[in-house]
Design a protein around this ligand. Sequence first.
Ligand SMILES: Cc1cc2nc3c(=O)[nH]c(=O)nc-3n(C[C@H](O)[C@H](O)[C@H](O)COP(=O)(O)OP(=O)(O)OC[C@H]3O[C@@H](n4cnc5c(N)ncnc54)[C@H](O)[C@@H]3O)c2cc1C
Length: 464
Amino acid sequence: MDINALKSIVKDEKRILSADIPDRYLSDTLGRLKGTASALVFVKSTEEVSGILAYAHRNKIPVTPRGAGTNLVGSTVPVDGGIILDFSQMNDILELDTDTMTITVEPGILLKDLQRFVEERGLFYPPDPGEKESTIGGNISTNAGGMRAVKYGVTRDYVRGLEIVTADGTVIKAGGKNVKDASGLSLKNLYIGSEGTLGVITKCILKLIPKPESSLSVLVPYSDLKTGISSVLKILRANANPTAVEFMERKVVKLGEDFSSVKYPSPEAGSYILLTFDGREEEVKANSERVKNLALENGAIDFIPLTDPDKAAEIWKVRGALVKAVEAVSEQEPVDIVVPINKTADFIGFINELENESGMQMVSFGHAGDGNVHLCVVRGNRDEEVWIRELEENMDKAYGKAYQLGGVTSGEHGIGITKRRYFLRETPKENLAVMNSIKNALDPLHILNNKKSYITGENNEEFI
Ligand SMILES: Cc1cc2nc3c(=O)[nH]c(=O)nc-3n(C[C@H](O)[C@H](O)[C@H](O)COP(=O)(O)OP(=O)(O)OC[C@H]3O[C@@H](n4cnc5c(N)ncnc54)[C@H](O)[C@@H]3O)c2cc1C
C-alpha cells in the first residue's frame, strides 16, 4: 500500500499512522483477537473517506471502519490487513433542528456527549446501550439496543437519514428529515446494523423526542431468577409502560458490587428486576404503583423505589458494568441471544440445566423486557484447548435451543467474527445467499470489513 497516496488525500500526516499501530486499534473491546493493518487513519471529513475508499477500491485494499471499538464480537478486527478508518475525530454536531426535532451529527460523536447535549436543551435521544462511550456511527452500524428498548425501541427507530460512502467512494444520501418515506427501497435501513460491511456512514440525521418530565427507577428483589423472570410478562401486560425492565442474577450482581464498590439492598435475593418509568410525574407514580402491587403479588421480596437520583445512578452503574465486572475475574464469552419475550424463562431454565450438567459457569442478566439474554460464560482456570472445546460444545447447545424457541444469535451486539459459527449454522442458506448477493452488489471486491457477520465464501465456508 502506498502511504503517500493516503497523505495526498488526508493532507495531515499526524492523522495517519503506518507503523507502531497500538494494539487496541487492531482489536475490539475484549482484545482477544488481533489483526494487522498497514495504516490507521483518523478521518475528519466525508471527502477524506470518499478519497480513501476510491483509492482502496482501485487497489483492492481491505478497509475496516471503526468507531470507539467497544463491540464485543471482533467486528473491528482488521483480519485482512489494509486500512483502519477511525471516526473518533469526526465527531461534530452539525445541526440541531428543533422544528423537525432532528439532530445531524458526524458518526464519531460519543453517545454520552449526544445524550448530554440534547438533554440540556429539553430533548431526548432514547437509545441507551450500556456503553455510553460508544459512537453513534458504531451504534447505527450494530443497530444498538440497550436499556430503554422496551418502551422506545432501538437505534434503527431513531435514524431518519444517513450519508454513506459506498465501497468505491461514491457519496449517497439515504432518508432525510421526513417523518415518512415510501420512496423506493429503504437504503438507510440496509446500512443500519450492517456492521460496516456494505458502506461507511459519514453523517447521521437522528430523531429526537421531548425529554420526559420525570423518571423513577425501582429495584425489585426476588428469591430466585425463575420467579423474577416469570413476573416480567405480567408486568409488561399491565399497561404500565416501563422504560426499562432489566434482570440480573444475584451472583452476577455480587461481581458488579465488587467491581463498582456499590452495594445492592436485599443481598439475600437470588435475582433482581430493575425497572425505570418515565413521563409526567403523576403517570410515573401511577405506573410504578401498579407494578408494585403486581410484583408483590407475584413473589417479589420487596419493592424499592430509588428516589435519590445518586442512589439510582449507583444501582444503574452496577448494571452497566456487569460485562466488565465478570471480565475482571475471568475471561468470559459474552452471549447476546434474543428469544421471544414469552420464552425468556424457558431459555434461562435451559441454561441453568446446561450449567449444572456441564460444570461451566454461566451467569445471566439482560433486557428482560425484550427477551435479550446476556450470558457470561466463564472460562475459570481451563487451559486454552479445553476452554475452546467446552465453550463450543455448550454454545452449540445454547444457540440450538434459542433457535428452537424462535430466537436468534444476536439481539444487539451483532455477529462480527465471534458469533459467526452459530449464526452461519442456524441461519437458512437461502437467507445467507440473499445477504451475500447484497454484499456482492454493493462491495463486489469485498474490501469492506470482509469475513465478518454473514459474509461467506463461494461455498458458504467460514473464514475463521
Ligand atoms: C460494557 C459494555 C456494555 C455494552 N452494552 C451494550 C448494550 O446495552 N446494547 C448494545 O447494543 N451494545 C452494547 N455494547 C456493545 C457496543 O458498545 C455496541 O455494539 C456499540 O454500538 C459499538 O459502538 P462503537 O462506536 O464502539 O463501534 P465499534 O465497536 O468501533 O464498531 C462496531 C461496528 O460498527 C462498524 N462501524 C463503526 N463506525 C462505523 C461507521 N462510521 N460506518 C460504518 N461502520 C462503522 C465497525 O466496522 C464494526 O463493525 C456494550 C459494550 C460494552 C463494552
